[in-house]
Design a protein around this ligand. Structure first.
Ligand code: NDP
Length: 444
């Protein structure tokens, strides 16, 4: 049995109840086979893969808080410090009822490779809680965030572990958590990213993941002789990533015709009105029915459906496993040319294979959504320097990083004999740097 298969079998035995983690590990390990096979004895002897897929530290904690009626509630908090070979742990916090150990571990594993691909010195981590901010008052969200940080602050620091936002954790939640960290430790330091602009946040961080997705998509299309301008784009989600992906796609001349949330979706053949979408989602925190009510060209549908819309480019920007094999078949039948993941692992394993088999250009989230964490690392740099760069400076650095990521993964795919397989290229490019650092640092 090959070393890669041995390690996957070991993972299945140890993590039988963690399907998302196994899915992410399988995708990574399979695409690394070419590299691992070439150094099998060396990697097996130093148990490099077993160390890579086993978190350095897993912190699980209780988060008690009181709701507005005086009822005490309890949630589960998580922080997985996965790999610090190339820098302090870095990765978001997710607040969503679906959060569990499997999901946080899958996200943490992906984060190692993503952070490595950015070319910046950041290790991989991820965390969160099974708390649902929807429908909670500001005071409830604040009490929850304070309780969460009261425990988490023991394990993080600007040179140890620097969390950021993710699903359900935006500027409001980061602000409350930062305030509590400062209050407990007495230190004003860059321990979280995604902070408000008045207390150490970076310009362009809010836009970074969505913009970065488009910078990479645009570069990939260009290198394949396709012009994004004039193309029809389908985007899922209506959160942070989706909104700014929609905005940048339109700035680059494409037409984005869909949006969705967890209850329904919009088809707007005139092109999504970003200002209205922002008003509905960022200001009112309302459902997409409000968008449809205010825009005559928009059709609202209950449930899931954006992948049935004919398009040239599809950008899944909502959540994991939101695009399955049936969706992939519809997209291919409708002539999709490229799929780039704004969310983390939104495409199932079978759907990814289907796109690749049907010659659809496909870039996974590890590379395509790395703009968020890259800009978080730029926020860390600004905090360390005690300086603030302009929007244009940060945006320009982001563009350079995303274009470089595309060329690094494209080159790695070519070098290892799988040209055009951008999933393998991203995993290989991300892995080589981390593996070299782990080797140099000995058995730790
Ligand atoms: P948000 O919480 O801002 O938005 C998530 C969006 O996805 C919401 O519109 C939400 O709808 C929708 N959604 C959630 N679950 C489903 C579902 N089952 N079906 C349809 N829609 C759904 O999160 P972000 O935009 O920040 O994150 C989106 C994805 O991007 C995640 O996978 C995240 O890990 C990834 N990511 C985010 C980064 C960032 O900088 N924010 C960086 C890198 C990756 P509703 O409001 O109804 O729940």
């Amino acid at each position: 049995m090959s070393y890669v298969d041995e390690v996957y079998q070991y993972l299945e035995e140890k993590n039988a109840s963690q399907p998302e983690f196994l899915q992410a590990a399988k995708e990574v390990l399979e695409s690394l086979k070419l590299v691992i096979d070439a150094h099998e004895d060396e990697y097996r002897k130093s148990a490099l893969l077993e160390r890579l897929v086993t978190p350095e530290r897993q912190i699980l904690f209780r988060v008690p808080w009181m709701d507005d009626s005086g009822q005490v509630r309890v949630n589960n908090g998580f922080r997985i410090q996965f790999n610090s070979a190339i820098g302090p742990y870095k990765g978001g916090l997710r607040f969503h009822p679906s959060v569990n150990l499997s999901i946080i571990k899958f996200l943490g594993l992906e984060q190692i490779f993503k952070n490595s691909l950015t070319g910046l010195p950041i290790g991989g981590g991820k965390g969160g809680a099974d708390f649902d901010p929807h429908g909670k008052s500001d005071a409830e969200v604040m009490r929850f965030c304070q309780s969460f940080m009261t425990e988490l602050c023991k394990y993080i620091g600007p040179n140890e572990d620097v969390p950021a936002g993710d699903i359900g954790v935006g500027g409001r939640e980061i602000g409350y958590m930062y305030g509590q960290y400062k209050r407990i430790t007495g230190r004003y330091e860059g321990v979280l990213t995604g902070k408000g602009l008045t207390f150490g946040g970076s310009l362009a961080r809010t836009e970074a993941t969505g913009y970065g997705l488009l910078y990479l998509t645009n570069e990939m299309l260009k290198c394949n002789g396709i012009d994004l301008a004039g193309k029809t784009v389908v985007i899922s989600g209506s959160g942070n990533v989706a909104i700014y992906a929609t905005q940048k796609a339109q700035q680059l001349g494409a037409k984005v015709v869909t949006s969705c949330d967890s209850t329904g979706w919009i088809y707007d053949p005139e092109g999504i009105d970003v200002a209205l979408l922002k008003e509905v989602k960022e200001v009112k925190r309302a459902r997409l029915t409000e968008y449809a009510a205010k825009r005559s060209s928009a059709q609202y549908h209950e449930g899931k459906g954006v992948w049935s819309v004919k398009c040239d480019v599809a950008l899944p920007c909502a959540t994991q496993n939101e695009l399955d094999l049936e969706d992939a078949k519809m997209l291919v039948n409708n002539g999709v040319k490229a799929v780039c993941e704004g969310a983390n692992m939104p495409t199932t394993y079978e759907a990814t294979k289907y796109f690749q088999d049907n010659k659809v250009l496909f870039v996974g989230g590890k590379a395509a959504n790395a703009g968020g964490v890259a800009t978080s690392a730029l926020e860390m740099s600004q905090n360390s320097e005690r300086l603030a760069w302009t929007f244009e400076e940060v945006d320009q650095k982001l563009q350079n990083i995303m274009v470089n990521i595309f060329h690094n993964l494209d080159d790695a795919a070519k070098e290892y004999g799988c040209a055009g397989n951008y999933v393998a290229g991203a995993n290989i490019a991300g892995f080589l740097k981390v593996a070299a650092a782990m080797k140099a640092q000995g058995i730790v």
